[in-house]
Design a protein around this ligand. Structure first.
Ligand SMILES: NC(=O)c1ccc[n+]([C@@H]2O[C@H](COP(=O)([O-])OP(=O)(O)OC[C@H]3O[C@@H](n4cnc5c(N)ncnc54)[C@H](O)[C@@H]3O)[C@@H](O)[C@H]2O)c1
Length: 405
């Protein structure tokens, strides 16, 4: 091992200031500290900079960014100007075939369809990964129990509940008033309105399953339409219900009474296939089913059966249980081999969007900022406020203001 602290010319050249290569200094003219690569490797704090950026963190941590898209790169590169991490973008999703791309990285940044299962934890550890940052709220794709005690996991608990709630309403309004069909019909010179008959949402009943941030935001919007609200939560927020004049009821009551049902709970073992044959059998005929939560909340085959029988009046889906194969990619010139998805696409009363409910400028900015804040908090060594573990709903050290392990 070389002593890089003093007089190691090679290291001094490699990293000159704030963990940045020398050539980058031109882009950071106000940065005047001088540190060595060995400082960085040892995690020593930077010398003070006068560019207004807090440098009190180990520098040049390497982040392997999986399943990147051009819009991810744009927002992360922009926000990363404040943090200065070394982010390497990979097109591939993280899975057992690609896990070795993470070799030599301190952290992996993943999205909804990247998988960290039990078998991958050791491989990530072997590659030197100490942190998984999810750039999303849901974490059903990470085997939290297997990763516990080995690699810390942090997520973005909220980036824009408005984005998802508003997209849910877009699905509802489109399905109800058939604007997707009207758009094409009118452009084709056909000004007939036959087949576009909708209903007034005013006075109808919406059933909201899961009243966290997104569910609550959706309730506010639907109340604006004059809809009555029934809600389900394992632990109802009665104070909120009183204030907002909504009613918490058992799920079965929602199924029996709601004209519109929208899912906003996490995908966990208890909610897997929450909407199945039995639930659909209890629902009001013609119900509009909306899912911007997670695909696995609905048994898609049961949904298709319900649609075929006319029990389900319409379905607006931003998520699909087997979406990881298709969503976010262009398959317009190939054959869709998933027969369930292909069948869903044939219904005139089904509207599928490709997991885009989160996709607003504000949300992308918030996702990048919170993700890089999570990385900073982790490598700074203190409490990691957005950390998650399989014990978080049980006695967890996080409740005492410590890291989960
Ligand atoms: N489509 C998208 O782009 C997109 C974006 C963000 C989030 N989501 C999904 O939306 C879900 C909700 O997000 P959020 O920010 O409102 O989360 P949140 O944690 O604020 O709210 C989730 C709510 O669900 C409740 N819940 C837990 N178990 C339940 C159960 N068995 N039945 C009913 N409710 C239950 C929780 O108590 C909580 O109130 C996320 O879990 C995520 O899967 C989708």
């Amino acid at each position: 091992m070389t002593d890089g602290r003093k007089g190691n010319k090679k290291n001094e050249k490699a990293v000159t200031c704030c963990g940045k290569p020398k050539e980058d200094l031109q882009k950071m003219p106000s940065c005047q500290s001088s540190v060595t690569a060995e400082d960085d490797r040892l995690g020593n704090e930077d010398a003070p900079c006068n560019d207004g950026i807090n440098r009190s963190r180990p520098r040049l941590k390497k982040i392997a960014f999986f399943d990147n898209k051009p819009y991810d790169r744009r927002s992360f590169d922009d926000v990363n100007k404040k943090y200065g991490y070394d982010i390497v973008y990979f097109h591939d999703k993280l899975n057992k075939h690609t896990v070795n791309l993470a070799n030599g990285f301190d952290a992996v940044c993943i999205f909804v369809n990247d998988i960290v299962d039990k078998d991958m934890v050791e491989a990530l550890l072997k590659n030197g990964v100490r942190l998984i940052v999810l750039r999303c709220a849901g974490y059903n794709n990470v085997a939290l129990e297997s990763v516990y005690g080995k690699i810390h996991v942090a997520r973005v608990p909220a980036y824009s509940p408005y984005a998802v709630a508003e997209h849910t309403v877009a699905l509802l309004l489109t399905l109800n008033r058939k604007t997707h069909k009207a758009y094409n019909r009118v452009r084709d010179g056909n000004f007939s309105i036959d087949g576009f008959l909708g209903v007034d949402l005013f006075g109808k009943t919406a059933g909201i399953i899961g009243t966290g941030q997104i569910g609550k935001r959706l309730i506010s919007i639907l109340k604006g339409f004059g809809m009555k609200i029934l809600a389900y939560e394992p632990k109802p927020d009665e104070e909120y219900a009183k204030k907002e004049n909504i009613k918490y009821v058992p799920r079965e009551e929602i199924y029996k009474n709601a004209d519109v049902i929208s899912l906003h709970c996490p995908l966990v073992p208890e909610t897997y296939h929450l909407i199945n044959d039995e639930a659909i059998g209890l629902m009001k005929k013609g119900v509009v089913m909306l899912n911007t939560g997670r695909g696995g909340l609905i048994d898609t085959k049961a949904l298709i059966a319900g649609l075929k029988k006319g029990l389900i009046g319409a379905a607006g889906l931003d998520v699909y249980e087997e979406e990881s194969e298709y969503f976010f990619e262009d398959f317009s010139s190939t054959i869709i081999k998933d027969d369930v998805l292909a069948r869903l696409l044939t219904f005139p009363n089904v509207l599928i969007t490709s997991h885009q409910a989160f996709f607003t400028k504000e949300a992308l900015y918030n996702i990048a900022t919170t993700t890089l804040d999570n990385v900073k908090e982790f490598f700074d060594g203190g409490y990691l406020k957005n950390e998650i573990c399989y014990r978080c709903n049980k006695p967890c050290r996080k409740k005492q203001g410590e890291r989960c392990f």
